[in-house]
Design a protein around this ligand. Sequence first.
Ligand code: SF4
Ligand code: SF3
Length: 539
Amino acid sequence: MFCYQCQETAGCTGCTMSGVCGKKPEVANLQDLLVYVTKGISFVTTKLRAEGKEVSEDINHMISVNLFTTITNANFDYDSIAQKIEETINAKEQLLEKLTDESNLPDAAIWNGAKAQYDEKAKTVGVLSTKDEDIRSLRELITYGLKGLAAYSKHANALLKDNKDVDAFLQKALAATLDDSLSVDDLVALTLETGKYGVEGMALLDEANTSAYGNPEITKVDIGVRNNPGILISGHDLKDLEMLLEQTKGTGVDVYTHSEMLPAHYYPFFKKYDNFAGNYGNAWWKQKEEFASFNGPILMTTNCIVPPADSYKDRMFTTGAAGYPGCKHIDAPYGETKDFSEIIEMAKKCDAPTEIERGEIVGGFAHEQVFALADSVVDAVKTGAIKKFVIMAGCDGRAKSREYYTEFAKALPKDTVILTAGCAKYKYNKLNLGDINGIPRVLDAGQCNDSYSLALIALKLKEVFELDDVNELPIVYNISWYEQKAVIVLLALLYLGVKNIHLGPTLPAFLSPNVANVLVQNFGIAGITNVEDDIKALI
Ligand code: SF4
Ligand code: SF3
């Protein structure tokens, strides 16, 4: 195996024996093969479109789910990955029959081996099969961005929203990573185009979420527990949450959010459920302790799964692109209701969650809520009460070095406001950093995909202050990344012209020195150093 797609990759170079995330070599290899056949089918769909032929939504969805399945901590289940490879090959064979021009097909589009051949084939199609370091780096940067884009598309698809242009681009770009004739410059251009579609993908999901559930609004979320048994729902899929809340209504079972599901509380729609109790715990990487003390069943709708301890493995369920061997997977065909009754019945027999903390956190500062506060925000900037906004969106992770973000948040001067999204927020959202004229100093827009809101807020401020360039705003970027959704967020920000982003806790291992140099030279991307020096440099 060779995997270097996330921030925690072994030795900051690559996982080769087993994943730091817990991914076994045979699963890592099979994920490589899933990506490979997904590139293959994308090559065929791209060719079909060029021939003026339609590609069905089912195929678009399959491609997005396949990529999502290979995101860090989404799916550890060999069998489900093997099944997806088989289904993809079968679908591709059917599409090939519709193709008029079958010349010049790459191996990825032709290969149709049987299951018994998967393991051997997988070993030949991984990251290292691209020999040139810079081409490999750019192909992976694009592929990881597309994985993030696919994840966001999948969530929008679950709410019956599709954007054919995003799907067509995603497949075209994926197919382009097979093309040996593309130069470094071509791939750099494709990287930026990926960012453009990243913006579109996040806009699609934002539209899907807000049209289904309303615009997030300022909300206090309880972080304590009630006395009823509960179900803990984690990951990013709001449609799954809606189905779970509908089915738990009146059952005496409460529903709590974990990690990236916290922002669901900010949406008006979910407030009507009396049994929607609050948020339990912190970011994904603390789930071993927190899932144990939760006592009830857990539903993982997406990443990030930590390989579960035996003490709660039998009460952990997965759905959608998520999977873990030995954990029950519940799903339904596209657009249909998933049956969560088994989880609810299990919950009824479980103890109520053990209290781990008390209090509340405040969030809901997505674009519309911030626009509603625009006058006070603009006043605070004009009077100097707010000197700087610090965008600290992104991911949290287990690395000790991430304590930097807590210390950085604490060390920020009192006239600064943190804008956040994603599970990165758990490093400072319980610090009680106070407010400035009633504006909290930590404004949480939502999940990682809601970084889109932060971009809209920046663009709005640019308009209000009549500036030509978004980089003239009093906004600095200190973003923490972990998995591939953060890659698409980063590419989207670069596409929007944002410069001088600090990225940590380490720069991606998949950036070759030359590719890193392109990002430094053209976009001023930099790493982080230490809190004291970074505060001086940024603020
Ligand atoms: Fe290693 Fe990250 Fe890949 Fe897991 S996802 S195998 S931790 S690089
Ligand atoms: Fe977190 Fe996995 Fe990235 Fe959606 S849940 S931000 S790490």
